[in-house]
Design a protein around this ligand. Structure first.
Ligand SMILES: Cc1cc2nc3c(=O)[nH]c(=O)nc-3n(C[C@H](O)[C@H](O)[C@H](O)COP(=O)(O)OP(=O)(O)OC[C@H]3O[C@@H](n4cnc5c(N)ncnc54)[C@H](O)[C@@H]3O)c2cc1C
Length: 455
């Protein structure tokens, strides 16, 4: 290892390889590698991987380290490679509606640069300040506006990747339609750094919306939730950009002191829906939004609704939805990110809460999520945080998913944390094909070994 680190130092320079005290100063969750490589160019990534490949040395790619499934876990037998010094926006091409970036650029920097150019980069997640575009690609990040714009894979037109042996694959395509054989870039989306290191990306930009409508809606039954979704999605002509649902207990928690959120609606309803539409014309968009809400109220689907009147009120509504921290205030919790088809969601949650009540009488279970995408976040507290307790809760949360065609990971990935449950959502043949792809691209298994599945 020390000989390899010396060779890496001579390739990347002193600042390009951190070890010892300099490495100890860095915040690195989930274990510490023997060295941290900080290349500045694709060429340096390639040289570093060539050396590591020759030495059969494991390499763990780092983005902003905000991932939630321990996909950057490492130990002293491993070397990490961070894209933090590859953080430049190379080009904004207004005519082609693209932005070309290096993989280490934080998401928020991309969003702000797009905004300044009067365009929109629509991916948005809570960790926007630290999470990098390379990390977003490698986890296929989702977030709040997937219902309108899709996940990270839908925001990518081109990509440059360095393979495990140092070969550079450059597909910096700017066009939407390009059916010239396999869509290679998509292989690396959601691959969690196991197939290659993403170095540069061509992002797709969208027109900047000129209007934003938002409302909190209260309904009594789950079938009314799905009815409101269909009504709004149909009537808003493609402008529905968020459909977030808060189950009653979660809404009450995040709108009752000590939470700062003031309840926009009374605490009487079964489900609370945060609805957002992004459009191109303030006046007609507002009219259409209000009309469809009024229609839903008239037919009795919506019990009550409040429409945000200012940016401050819109921000306050999002803050209520996002105040997940309240759940962890008083008790240890386990957090889950799952998907389940909408027609199975009500029975899944009912079965889950019944099972939790049977096993742990004093449990707390909060449910909310990007319901328009079939994605729920479930937070369970049952009084302890031991490994045994975690496993027991996981089994209860995941056990209702396979029979319903659900997923043990909607948007956070598998990493190490969900490895044991991959086969609950993917077939043996699917996993075998993933392993074949891994072997084809990384025959020595040096890239992020032990993540997603065991080598
Ligand atoms: C407060 C908070 C809110 C969040 N909200 C959401 C949300 O709404 N939706 C969502 O999907 N996620 C969410 N996340 C999870 C996380 O932010 C995302 O997974 C994000 O995409 C990770 O980016 P990162 O740069 O931090 O990657 P890291 O955590 O550093 O890495 C994640 C994975 O990508 C790999 N990787 C990183 N960079 C590269 C690269 N250049 N090439 C190859 N592999 C690479 C790593 O090896 C690892 O496997 C949230 C996290 C936090 C802390």
């Amino acid at each position: 290892m020390s000989q390899l680190i010396e060779s890496l130092q001579s390739q990347l320079g002193e600042k390009g390889v951190l070890t010892g005290d300099l490495l100890a100063e860095k915040f690195i969750p989930h274990g510490c590698p023997a060295a941290l490589l900080r290349p500045q160019t694709t060429e340096e990534v390639s040289q570093a991987l060539k050396l590591c490949h020759e030495a059969s040395q494991s390499v763990i790619p780092y983005g902003g380290l905000t991932g939630l499934v321990e996909a950057t876990a490492s130990d002293q037998s491993e070397i990490a490679i961070s894209l933090e010094r590859m953080n430049q926006i190379e080009e904004i091409d207004i005519e082609s509606r693209t932005m070309t970036v290096q993989a280490g650029v934080p998401l928020q920097v991309v969003q702000e640069a797009a905004d300044k150019a009067d365009m929109l980069f629509p991916l948005d997640i809570g960790a926007r300040g630290s999470a990098t575009i390379g990390g977003n690609v490698s986890t296929n990040a989702g977030g709040n506006r997937v219902i309108r714009y899709g996940m990270m894979r839908d925001q990518i037109l081109g990509m440059e990747v360095v393979l495990a042996d140092g070969r550079v694959i450059t597909s910096m395509n700017k066009i939407i339609k390009n059916n010239t054989g396999y869509d290679l870039k998509q292989l690396f989306v959601g691959a969690e750094g196991t197939l290659g290191i993403v170095t540069r990306i061509v992002l797709r930009l969208r027109p900047k919306p000129k209007s934003q409508q938002m409302a909190f809606v209260g309904v009594n039954t789950f079938s009314e939730v799905t009815r409101v979704l269909n009504l709004l999605d149909g009537a808003l002509g493609g402008s529905l950009s968020a459909f977030e649902v808060l189950w009653k207990d979660y809404y009450q928690l995040v709108t009752t002191a000590p939470a700062e959120g003031k309840p926009p609606l009374a605490h009487d309803y079964g489900y609370y829906i945060l609805v957002e539409a992004l459009g191109g014309d303030e006046q007609s968009d507002e009219e259409r939004f209000l009309n469809v809400l009024a229609e839903a109220m008239e037919e009795g689907t919506i019990a009550d609704a409040v429409v945000a009147q200012s940016q401050g009120e819109r921000n306050a509504m999002w803050a209520i939805r996002d105040d997940v921290g309240q759940v962890a205030q008083n008790w240890p919790i386990f957090a889950f990110d799952i998907s389940v088809p909408l027609n199975q969601m009500e029975s899944y949650v009912a079965e889950l809460t019944a099972e939790l009540d049977e096993r742990w009488q004093d449990n707390t279970c909060m449910v909310f999520g990007h319901l328009g995408d079939g994605n729920l976040h479930i937070i369970v507290g049952m009084g302890e945080k031991s490994a045994e307790a975690k496993k027991a809760v996981e089994q209860v949360v995941y056990s209702g998913l396979p029979e319903r065609g659900g997923s043990v990971s909607a948007e956070h990935g598998i990493g190490v944390q969900k490895k044991a449950y991959l086969s609950w959502s993917r077939s043996t043949d699917e996993i075998a094909l993933m392993q074949m792809m891994k072997t084809a691209l990384d025959p020595k298994g040096i890239l992020n070994p032990g993540k997603i599945f065991s080598s």
